[in-house]
Ligand binder design. Sequence first.
Ligand code: NAD
Length: 510
Amino acid sequence: MPGKLSHKLTTCKLLIDNEWQEARAQQFTDVTNPSTGEVIAKVPHCQADDVNRAVQAAQQAFPDWSQTPVVDRARVMFKFKSLLESHGEELARTVSREHGKTLAESRASVNRGIEVVEFACGIPSLMTGESIDNLARSVDCETVRHPLGVCAGITPFNFPAMVPLWMYPIAITCGNTFVLKPSEHVPLSSLLVCELLIQAGLPAGVFNLVHGSKGCVDALLTHPLVKAVSFVGSTTVARYIYTTAAAAGKRVQAAGGAKNHLIIMPDANIEQTVEALKASAFGCAGERCMAGSLAVPVGQAAEQLLSKLIDSASNMKVGRTDIDGSPDMGPLITHEHLERVKKLIGQGEQEGAQLALDGRQKRVAEAPHGFFLGPTIFDQAKPGMSIVEEEIFGPVLTVVRVNTLQEAIALGANSQYGNGASIFTESGQAARLFKHSFNAGMIGINIGVPAPLAWFPFTGWNNSFFGDLHIQGKEAILFYTQQKMTMTRWFGAAKAESAPFNDPVWKSRV
Ligand code: NAD
């Protein structure tokens, strides 16, 4: 059994040059355990000074690390993967404690993150270039991929370990160095991961950690030594990151928010669809960019589905996730976010939707100060209502009934987002039309959360993504590297090539 990790800090430190350092920041905010509302740590709000120290360390480490043979870089990742596996339980429990996911959800998210490390372990095969001999007479041509330099990652609260893992394993095995700024609501998982990276043998300065919010992010976006920025978070901030970092000359990938539609055809397998919808809408308390938040039953599907779904959702056990137990759903991230979601529920009622299941009265007896909200379902919602158009990011499923698949597809065409969408049907024809026509970048067919595994990119569309090359998969390799093309001609080569092997010309050249 691995020993417990040693990091027991209550005030989060920065990792710079593989050393834990105090922030020079003046401002600190509380990190709370959302199950109980208690403060479990303080996080500094780093400004340009702290960020500059981290970026300088990353810059200094870059020449050596980028020249380290690619197989040796991969070997650090193999070690890191094994450490993540042996410390997976501790990491999952930290995720549950600071974020509020159930332990099962946290374990699954850590495993999804480990898969990205598995992908990154294959970097010697993934980073290869292309070459061809004799593109012109005696002229050979090749491309090779070079790392960029210092890359920055800015991540949201909803997957404290997994979303950062989408980024830095690939960036650093490509030969870059990295500065991570995790969400100020969930910094503790990143502290544990830093220790594992050090234990894995990652040289000083290759991976650095800073904390904070806007001031810290702005310093990263405009730092002249930062070459590329990966962002995951809300659409408003994603757009800001994209425009600000691109204007400062950086490569940017910025994934934003979502409103994912789940279309249910009358021929869908109802039992399985109810389970898939419940998991999609209420899993991780709805705090997932791939959560199904808008159900669109077509024709008779509504009658068959809704009473079963409401019944099943109302039986979900909501409870603490920081202690052993097996709730189906945990709390929301903060008191402020809980109040925002409740406000949106109130707005839905005012706009005329029918509140079929109201989670606002949910109480968890053993945790009266936790940020809990029960599963909530609106029926008879109409396009234009805020609960139809806006991302709520809580356990709220809105139902818009339509008569035809074409109507469901038209509803998606008007969405500002375009992350994911799913159809539930037994009809290949309906599935094919949906797959081809729906206005979203990630499609599920009888799958509630079509979030791609590490080997495929996270292909959000519209306001769910700003940039070109997406996060994860082979696109991530392209994002974290730049190509160099070399053309070669050796004078006299043509003569040597055309000469027979026993020709004196050839012999004189070998
Ligand atoms: P957020 O946008 O509030 O914060 C994300 C990051 O940006 C944090 O690190 C935060 O400190 C920083 N930040 C916040 N405000 C900023 C500002 N004004 N300027 C600069 N930086 C700022 O998002 P969140 O609430 O942490 O996460 C939830 C959001 O993330 C949801 O919208 C969700 O859909 C989205 N998300 C998207 C994906 C995806 O792949 N598309 C995945 C996970 C989460």
